[in-house]
Design a protein around this ligand. Structure first.
Ligand SMILES: *Cc1c(COP(=O)(O)O)cnc(C)c1O
Length: 348
């Protein structure tokens, strides 16, 4: 990497100081293993405080495990899970939700935009009720979506109302949940349990930690045996305190939100400089920490030659993601490279 940072993903960033400091503190003494320690208790309490409610909290190593084990806990093998077309569970988890649920099927609901809608959920969930079709049991939404759109409080409430009416549970993939909170300026509770979310996977990795995602059961009756499920799946950390302590640092200091705000601001910073350029189109509304740009092939090549890395796996658009540590000067450098290359391409 010839740049000191890259924006291909927000998981290129390292560990933020608040998480690092808590890790160092947790490293000073011995502690009980498997989550029986003080750090794990403090982290779970910090979540209960943040969400202002009683909830059951578990820590796993990554988002794929968090999502698939949470979904598996809501399903029997003959059930189905409604998701959107670009849902990480559908496109980027190597079949783990189906695997860990012993066969529950993901059903992609067709929608015009990136978000699931109540209508799409209703029509898919009620399309069949015969014994030959996997019975719909869960709806999963990603907040913000894989392309950076943020569900509003009202949108989540409308989805959960349909879920309740149809006997479905509502799961939220919050790999970037903090970015959604920062974007909406709302309380964490407003877009989770108060809006009807039953289980939330709250991402720590992209928020500034090394590893660790929190699986949070707001409906605590659904959390039974989840610890056994984690153990069986190889997701029960024996030195659990190192998955838990960084959360204490992030949540107690407010860094979780500041980190997300910074990523969102950097996305806006890039957007402000490149929106409206001839030959460049912003393919998704910029509402969190990512920007997707449809660029001519020659411009993409030019950017790669200039040392930039980016992915084009969603609809061919170049994706740029910003993290807690993004250097705004480098965002400006990227913007000026895009501007220079697009102008050259337009006049060629
Ligand atoms: C990054 C991400 C995850 C988690 O991915 P892992 O690589 O398994 O940690 C889950 N959902 C979304 C939307 C993501 O972007």
């Amino acid at each position: 990497m010839n740049k000191h940072q890259q924006f291909a993903s927000d998981n290129y960033a390292g560990i933020c100081p608040e998480a690092w400091e808590s890790l160092a503190q947790a490293n000073q003494h011995h502690a009980l293993p498997y989550g029986e320690d003080e750090w794990t208790r403090r982290a779970a309490d910090a979540f209960r405080k943040l969400f202002a409610t009683d909830c059951e909290v578990f820590f796993v190593f990554n988002g794929t495990a968090a999502n698939s084990l949470a979904l598996a806990s809501l399903c029997q093998p003959y059930h189905s899970i409604i998701c959107s077309a670009h849902a990480h569970v559908e496109t980027d988890e190597c079949g783990a939700p189906e695997f860990f649920s012993n066969g529950a099927k993901l059903l992609v609901a067709p929608t015009a935009g990136e978000k699931l809608t109540p209508q799409a959920v209703r029509s898919l969930a009620t399309s069949r009720s015969d014994i030959h079709f996997p019975k719909p049991r869960v709806v999963t939404i990603t907040q913000p979506t894989e392309t950076g759109q943020v569900y509003t409080i009202e949108e989540i409430k409308a989805l959960s109302a349909v879920c309740r009416e149809l006997g479905l549970k509502l799961h939220m993939d919050g790999a970037r949940f903090a970015n959604a909170c920062a974007s909406l300026g709302c309380e964490a509770a407003d877009i989770s349990w108060r809006a009807g979310v039953d289980v939330l996977c709250f991402g720590g990795t992209k928020n500034g930690m090394a590893v660790s995602e929190a699986v949070i059961y707001f409906d605590t009756s659904l959390a039974g045996d989840f610890d056994f499920r984690c153990k069986q799946a190889g997701q029960l950390a024996s030195k659990m305190r190192f998955l838990a302590a960084p959360w204490v640092g992030l949540l107690d200091s407010g860094a979780w939100l500041n980190n997300a705000r910074h990523g969102n601001l950097c996305a806006q910073r890039l957007y402000d400089q490149v929106a409206g350029l001839d030959g460049v189109s912003v393919t998704f509304p910029v509402e969190s920490n990512g920007v997707f740009l449809a660029l001519p092939e020659a411009v993409q090549e030019g950017l790669r030659d200039a040392g930039w890395r980016f992915y084009t796996f969603i609809g061919g658009a170049a994706r740029f993601m910003f993290a807690w540590d993004t250097d705004p000067a480098l965002v400006d450098e990227l913007a000026s490279d895009i501007i220079r290359l697009s102008r050259a391409h337009q006049s060629a």
